[in-house]
Design a protein around this ligand. Sequence first.
Ligand code: AMP
Length: 187
Amino acid sequence: MSTLSIKEKEIILESIRDIPDFPKPGIIFKDITTLLGNPKAFSTLMEHLTSRYLGYELDYIAGIDARGFIFGAVLADRLGIGFVPVRKKGKLPYTTVAEKYSLEYGFDEVEIHIDAFGENGLCHTGAPSKVLLIDDLIATGGTAKAAATLIDKVGAHCVEACFILELGFLNGKEGIKAPVYSVLEID
Ligand code: AMP
């Protein structure tokens, strides 16, 4: 089902647990471990994403460290394409390309392997590899913006950024050049 019914959206949304004041006071942490532990919600979500992205002729899924790995790797396997981890700085062993982004206080950095999407980011036809970026949640959008920039920086093409949950009141998607698709949005 490339479009979710209201009931299916409810099944997914209700499977995500709210943890108030984690990791610090004032933040409501959206805990997706309860979604992963709920087979009905997890398979409803993954079937939806599979049917949505079947027609996109993607070459890779790039998942953001760490919860984006789970959804991204399952989706890549279902679509029969490769999975690329976008990691926090210092975790990848081969030559990397990095992008900094601002946090509330200071900076963080994400990295990918330079050849993650093929040499110069090109797929077997010689065209830029078509990449879907995925993460569990978009808040301010800083992490996803840096990850999308990285994909383009190595010569590939970020065709869409996908999130399970969007905190709409933070307008995070505005900074991302690629189209954004959020399965669920909270205002
Ligand atoms: P941002 O760069 O502000 O869009 O933050 C997105 C990243 O931080 C994602 O990888 C999320 O998993 C995580 N994150 C931010 N806010 C929350 C939240 N309220 N609940 C769960 N994860 C969050």
